[in-house]
Structure formats: C-alpha cells, structure tokens
Design a protein around this ligand. Structure first.
Ligand code: HMG
Ligand code: MG
Length: 304
C-alpha cells in the first residue's frame, strides 16, 4: 500500500479533555464536567470522549460518568464516546446512552499490566464481549494502543509490536485505532518511522493519533502524521490530561493548538477558536490552573 504524502482535506478532532484531561484531577465536580462538555459543544466539537466506565477503585475521578452523560446537552450532531475496559464498563456505557465505546490496551506488556491489570493477550480476550455488545446495539468501537513511542516501564517500543496490537484491535472489529504516545516522548522522525510501517498494512483512515505533550513535541508530531495522510487527531482543550498509570505523563496536545495549526493549513474544522479558548479557561479556573495552550493564552491575552 502506498504511503500518502499530502495533507488530508478534512480532519476529525476527538476531544478527550473531559476524560483524559480530568481523569488525573482530584477536585473536579460533576457540574464542572458537564459545563466543560457543553462549552465544547458550543465551540463546535463533534466527537467528545466524555468519561470512562472503569473501576472506581482504580480511577475514582471517573466514577460519575453516568451522571455526566445524563446531564450533557444531546444532539444528533455530537458523538459521545467513553472508555469501556470490560463488559461491565460496556453495559454501564450502554445504559448511559454513549454512542461509541473505546477499548484500550498497549504495545507494552508492562504498561498494560499497570493500567488494566492484565496482559495484552488477556485484554484482547476481555474486549471480545465488549465488541459483541456494541455490535448488538449498532455502536461503533474505537481502539487505543498506548505507549506507541515509548513506555514508562519498559522503555523503547518497536513499531512491529505496535503493528501487531493494531492488527488485533482491527480484527476484533474496531473501526479505528488511536495511537497513543502516552508519555509524550516521541519526535517527528519517530512518528514517520512508525507510520511508514503501519501504513504498509493499515489504511490511513483507520488510524488516529493521540499525542501527549510532555516533551513539547506533540504539534510537530501531528504535523508529521497529517502529512502522511492521518486525518483523525485526539486532543484535549487547554492541554489537560495525563494517565494515572503512566509516571511522568503530562497533558495531551491542546485542542486550541491543533485547531490553530489546521486553520493555517487551510483545513476547516468547524471549531470556533475563541469559544474553545474560553471553554478551556473556564475549566482551568475551576481546576485552579492556567491553560497549557500557547494559542489559547495568546487569544485570551488579546481579549483582555
Ligand atoms: P481488576 O481489579 O483486575 O478487575 O481491574 P476486577 O474484574 O477484578 O474487578 C475489581 C472491582 O472493580 C470489582 O468490584 C468490579 O466489580 C469492579 P468489587 O467486587 O471489588 O467491589 N469493576 C468495575 N466497576 C465499574 N466499572 C467497571 C468495572 N470493572 C470492574 N468497568 C480494570 C481491571 C480494567 C477494571 C481496571 O484495571 C481499570 O478500571 N482500569 C482502568 C485504568 C484507567 O482508566 N486508566 C486510564 C485510562 S487509559 C489512558 O489514559 C490511555 C489513553 O489515554 C491512551 C494513551 O494516552 O495512550 C486511552
Ligand atoms: Mg491519553
């Protein structure tokens, strides 16, 4: 399969701030989460990962996901997704009227054990009934592969290992696999090397990128991925984010920064940058922190 070398005409943004962003925050109320999601909808986001149906013993911050989904504004235009690590999570997500399930494993055995308490192989088996339930109800399933550019426990991760796990998730029935640089260590040349291999076997429209920004490389990594034909990007408003089981992982790439880049590339996203920056400011005020987006901070400063 030839590797594309042109930018996509349109890009889908999967906004993960309300899940990946808030799963690490101790003091955030259900109301803050609902306000954030409603603000994101007002800014034009169309695919929002709004929560996680994971064990409350493991990630208590996500234990109100059912309440969040019950309270947010609903419209046919916005797709809500949630993490569903097992059948129990999928059943809860179904009850919460989530439009898409997200199953998640990793290209590293050590990280999979720490994050979901099983091996990669066991995780795939655990996902089978999740996908079956989704199929029964016409719900799409997205897959995540964490640690695609490095693991906090194991160190380097080979592109071949990433390919193997991606293939397993696609064979299981995922329509798309999101490639997580969970600890934000990768650089653009490494993204190119990984995608060069993956795109020999997998269509570009079945892959998404999910880059954390720990080392400040996420935007250049996204640019490299877009250039290779990837047209789905995960990001979190205000650069919120981090995984409780990935030591040193900081926020996701900020949605504001991604939208700014896409606008400059002439790729329309339908997202209003000012409204988005204010959404990030509001949730950051609730969290008592400053938005981790240079674009948002520049926009907000120009409004003062
Ligand atoms: P376990 O302890 O092995 O599971 O956890 P278990 O089946 O033995 O259950 C233990 C208890 O949890 C039981 O309760 C279950 O009922 C309950 P008890 O009988 O002791 O009272 N339980 C649940 N409760 C609610 N919802 C559920 C659920 N499942 C079990 N779904 C498990 C295994 C997978 C559940 C656990 O390890 C877990 O929840 N892990 C999630 C960790 C997590 O959320 N990590 C962060 C998200 S991943 C991420 O951030 C990476 C990503 O962004 C991509 C990237 O950046 O790379 C996606
Ligand atoms: Mg993540």
């Amino acid at each position: 399969m030839a590797v594309p070398t042109t930018f996509p005409n349109s890009v889908r943004i999967v906004e993960v701030g309300a899940r990946d962003g808030l799963q690490n925050e101790k003091s955030v109320t259900t109301e803050d989460k609902v306000t954030l999601i409603n603000d994101l909808i007002d800014a034009g986001l169309k695919h929002i990962e709004g929560g996680a149906f994971v064990s409350p013993k493991w990630v208590p911050q996500m234990s109100d996901s059912s309440d969040v989904f019950a309270a947010v504004k609903r419209s046919d235009e916005v797709l809500f997704s949630a993490l569903t690590p097992n059948l129990k999570g999928a059943e809860l997500a179904l009850n919460a009227k989530v439009g898409e399930f997200a199953i998640f494993t990793a290209a590293s055995e050590a990280f999979t054990q720490k994050n979901i308490n099983c091996s990669i192989e066991q995780s795939i088996e655990r996902f089978r009934p999740v996908v079956e339930l989704a199929n029964q109800h016409g719900i799409k399933v997205r897959g995540y592969v964490s640690c695609v550019l490095g693991c906090p426990y194991q160190g380097p991760v080979s592109p071949e290992q990433v390919l193997d796990v991606c293939k397993q998730l696609l064979a299981l029935g995922c329509y798309e696999v999101s490639l997580g640089d969970t600890i934000g260590v990768g650089t653009a040349n490494e993204v190119e090397a990984l995608l060069s291999l993956l795109l020999e076997h997998i269509d570009a429209n079945q892959l998404a990128v999910h880059f954390h920004d720990t080392y400040g490389q996420a935007i250049s990594n996204i640019y490299a991925a877009l250039k290779m034909g990837i047209s789905t990007v995960d990001s979190a408003v205000a650069g919120l984010g981090g995984c409780p089981y990935a030591k040193g992982a900081s926020g996701n790439v900020a949605t504001e920064d991604v939208v700014y880049l896409l606008q400059k590339l002439g790729i329309d996203t339908g997202i209003d940058l000012k409204t988005l920056a204010r959404a990030g400011e509001r949730v950051c005020n609730a969290l008592g922190k400053k938005p981790q987006s240079k674009v948002a901070n520049a926009i907000l400063a120009s409004e003062e």
